[in-house]
Design a protein around this ligand. Structure first.
Ligand SMILES: Cc1ncc(COP(=O)(O)O)c(C=O)c1O
Length: 334
């Protein structure tokens, strides 16, 4: 049917692209917010889960990849065709591989060999050059410590200098904060009609926590914002490091003083064990049909703790950080 025919038949003619997005970059964000009503059966209160694994790279870190790149392009610190390099546990690298692939920047992901192998494969598939850094001799695969990360940092710096590259520095660049302050946080406020009382988040760079907490506090300062750390590696809450090699990939690096965190927005700290994180990831899959990783399990375990304590009868929001598909090579699903 020609456009002329359509206008005669009173069917509205769409001359624009309608709902078609120009690229996968524009498909980042606007993820659903789902109530975990089955997991909280018999418990007073609600947990709302932001399904970040539905982003194109299957994690929340797509958001920061886009924002860091947008900000650097706007500031002129990233030149057309310049190589982008970043240290990653796999998720930021996947996001950057997507954004850089579409915008035609060569991208080098530097990752510890301790992170799961499917992450490296996925980044390569998306066109990234992946550099794997060996763990410390006493480290275990699947358990990336602060010491392992220091080795990755060293190698990242070397490659940045060697290639005169732009470092998409997720621990320092404001784009990491801004992605969540401008988008993730406000999306949650809109989707829940502002009806949240608390937020807890397992912290890696702290970008998600910092950005969302800033948005929530601006909306309503009483919203309680809690940092989740691995049991035995809770240095942000001032505890001694007794177990650097935990299994919750993507964070808990036991690095005091994360540059993006604003201590004024931290209402408290929670600790979650490997076992609790894994058990909750399994329950999320079985009971809620949400297939996620260890850190998402840690977040939900933290939320349940809040509902059992100070936030009884209230609403806690959490991130479902990445997809369970990223852990098929681990023992999470066996
Ligand atoms: C799976 C996963 N969970 C949690 C985090 C921590 O998020 P953030 O760096 O925003 O603190 C990351 C960060 O890489 C991650 O990959």
């Amino acid at each position: 049917m020609s456009n002329e025919d359509r206008s005669e038949s009173k069917i509205p003619v769409t001359t624009s692209f309608g709902d078609v997005l120009p690229s996968a970059v524009e498909a980042i964000g606007s993820t659903p917010l789902v109530e975990l009503a089955r997991l909280t059966r018999g418990i007073q209160g609600r947990i709302l889960a932001k399904l970040e694994y539905l982003n194109p790279g299957f994690s929340k870190k797509d958001r920061i990849a886009r924002q860091i790149t947008d900000d650097a392009e706007a500031a002129g610190t990233l030149k057309p065709g310049q190589t982008v390099v970043e240290l990653t546990s796999g998720n930021t690298g996947t996001g950057l591989a997507i954004v850089c692939g579409i915008r035609r920047y060569p991208f080098v992901a530097v990752m510890s060999r301790g992170n799961s192998a499917e992450r490296a494969r996925m980044m390569s598939a998306l066109g990234a050059e992946v550099v794997l850094v060996d763990q410390l001799p006493d480290s275990t695969p699947g358990q990336v410590s602060g010491g392992d990360l220091a080795l990755v940092e060293q190698e990242t710096r070397r490659i940045v200098t060697e290639r005169n590259a732009f470092r998409a520095d997720q621990f320092r660049l404001q784009g990491n904060f801004r992605a969540h302050y401008l988008h993730t946080g406000p999306e949650i406020i809109r989707q829940s009609r502002g009806g949240i009382d608390a937020f807890c988040d397992f912290v890696g760079t702290g970008g998600t926590f910092a950005g969302c907490a800033a948005a929530f506090k601006e909306h309503r300062p009483e919203i309680g914002c809690f940092i989740i750390e691995p049991e035995g590696a809770a240095v942000l809450s001032g505890q001694r490091l007794t177990r650097p090699n935990h299994r919750i990939q993507g964070g808990g690096y036991a690095m005091p003083g994360l540059p993006l965190l604003n201590p004024e927005h931290v209402d408290g700290y929670l600790q979650v064990s490997d076992r609790q994180a894994a058990d909750m990831a399994r329950r999320l899959a079985r009971e809620e049909g949400i297939f996620a990783g260890f850190s998402s399990g840690a977040n939900v375990a933290g939320a349940l703790e809040l509902l059992e304590g100070r936030f009884k009868g209230m609403t806690v929001v959490v991130m479902i950080c990445d997809s369970g598909l990223k852990y098929l090579s681990t023992d999470l699903w066996v």
